[in-house]
Design a protein around this ligand. Structure first.
Ligand SMILES: Nc1ncnc2c1ncn2[C@@H]1O[C@H](COP(=O)(O)OP(=O)(O)OP(=O)(O)O)[C@@H](O)[C@H]1O
Ligand SMILES: [Mg+2]
Length: 464
């Protein structure tokens, strides 16, 4: 991974360099070539200025002042210089092998300059056997051409200069590339190292080690975010698995009790078959009750399991109306037990819950309250609406619960001393909590505000 990342970064740097350097080098080559030719032209004009005086005053005679000047200039500039008169015959030259009076009218650039037009170009010199870049400028006096100054430079000199510039660019490019490698390696390491570490952690998690956590304090911000998400996921996964384990062991433990009881009763019934029919009927009745309990428990467990994986989309419901309906539903059963059930319900209290949750929660709370409510007591169900919340309380006058029991009551299968003799699975409040949480609300058990005996079973939802 590291190597691949470094390779990718360097390739990108290389590509950018190539894309920018090729046009840059060709531009620099053109500019450099033009610069050198322009310098030749400038020098030629400067020499022409000098030659003008000579050619003008002496009317073509060789003046000693021009020759040394030309020689001096030729040494400094490494150019060859020839000055001709108006007839195209040389009057001075930097090259000693060119005799005074040599005819240059066979050179096209000289002919062109003699017509008063400067000439620039390159030509293979038969005499020297190499390509020359030349500039020929007329020596003008008013409109008349007094002569020509011709400067020539071996093209190879100019090419060398241009090549040196291009080599300079290539060297700068190589240094840039080297710098890119120098930056790419630590950069790749800072990105790749934490990702490799995270990969190893992920593998450990995949192997079932849910205690594994990623380092979310170092590395680039994106990797830190990824590590935080990984930790949240690992934590949640661990919790879910732990819950499942706990659930499975508690469920098997809880199911074993009614199953054993059922088996014992059936064995008993078997033994009783020949003797007492009335006792047999009782035993079978008790067996059926155990079977019912078992069935209820399995159904509750399934409801819980469904809730755990289910959708948590909430909808707006009218809590006032739902609670009023539930009270009505429970009234007759409460009356049978000598308990009064009444409501203190705010109007139009709408709240957000998942479908059917509010009904199930209120039913569970009222069911619990009825289980513990002494005969002649009251159960009050209230609905209060504040700006942001809707609070529903089911208040009974039963024995209540100790503070530590109030939290435990929401655990699966936990049942308090007051209810051990009554039917029940210990799953009702676990389902309440699950439904309230899935709806974005809270469920809690509280002591009664007035300090009297009993319990306040409360659920709070967001108001709508
Ligand atoms: N209003 C209450 N007053 C006193 N104790 C309560 C009250 N509500 C619940 N509890 C205690 O909490 C325990 C757990 O309640 P939960 O509703 O989860 O189970 P359950 O009522 O025993 O069984 P299930 O609801 O599954 O039929 C109860 O067994 C009871 O001991
Ligand atoms: Mg219950």
């Amino acid at each position: 991974m590291k190597i691949r990342l470094i390779g990718a970064l360097v390739s990108v740097a290389f590509l950018i360099l190539v894309v920018f350097s090729i046009p840059l080098a060709s531009f620099v080559a053109t500019v450099e070539r033009e610069r050198l030719v322009t310098a030749l032209e400038r020098d030629a004009f400067m020499l022409a200025g000098h030659a003008k005086e000579t050619l003008n005053t002496t009317a073509g005679a060789v003046l000693p002042s021009l020759q040394p000047f030309i020689e001096e200039y030729a040494i400094a500039s490494r150019a060859r210089i020839v000055v001709t008169n108006a007839a195209g015959l040389s009057i001075a030259s930097s090259d000693p092998s060119v005799l005074i009076g040599t005819d240059f009218t066979n050179r096209p650039e000289v002919v062109k300059a003699l017509t008063g037009v400067p000439a620039v170009g390159e030509r293979k010199s038969a005499t020297l056997g190499e390509t020359l870049v030349f500039v020929a400028v007329p020596v003008l006096l008013g409109d008349s051409v007094l002569g020509v100054v011709r400067l020539s430079h071996p093209k190879s000199h100019i090419d060398n200069e241009v090549r040196n510039r291009v080599i300079g660019i290539v060297i700068a490019g190589l240094f840039t590339l080297l710098a890119a490698v120098g930056i790419a390696i630590p950069l790749a390491l800072t990105i790749a190292r934490p990702i490799s570490k995270l990969t190893r952690r992920t593998e450990r998690l995949a192997d079932g080690d849910f205690s594994v956590r990623a380092d979310d304090a170092t590395g680039p911000p994106e990797v830190r975010d990824l590590s935080r998400s990984f930790n949240a996921m690992a934590g949640r996964l661990g919790l879910v698995i732990e819950n499942q384990r706990h659930f499975a062991s508690a469920a098997s433990h809880q199911l074993r009790t009614p199953l054993t009881a059922l088996r014992l009763r059936l064995e008993q019934a078997q033994e009783l078959v020949p003797s007492d029919a009335s006792v047999l009927a009782d035993t079978l009745d008790a067996s059926r009750a155990e079977a019912d309990r078992l069935q209820e428990m399995v159904e509750q467990l399934l409801a819980l399991a469904r809730l755990e994986g289910g959708s948590t989309a909430t909808m707006s419901v009218n809590a006032s109306e739902i609670v009023r309906n539930r009270i009505e539903m429970w009234e007759s059963l409460a009356a049978e037990r000598g308990v009064r059930i009444s409501g203190r319900i705010a109007e139009h209290a709408s709240c957000a819950v998942i479908d059917g949750a509010l009904e199930q929660i209120v039913d569970n709370y009222i069911d619990n309250a009825l289980t513990v409510a002494p005969e002649g007591s009251d159960i009050v169900v209230s609905v209060v609406r504040s700006e942001n919340h809707v609070v529903i309380d089911v208040i009974d006058a039963g024995p209540g619960l100790q503070p530590e029991q109030r939290d435990r009551a929401f655990e699966r299968f936990w049942r308090g001393a007051a209810t051990t003799n009554s039917a029940g699975t210990g799953l009702g409040l676990a389902i309440v909590l699950q439904l309230a949480t899935a709806s974005g609300g809270t469920a809690e058990l509280l002591p009664r505000a007035d300090g009297s005996s009993g319990l306040v079973a409360r659920v709070t939802f967001s108001a709508r």
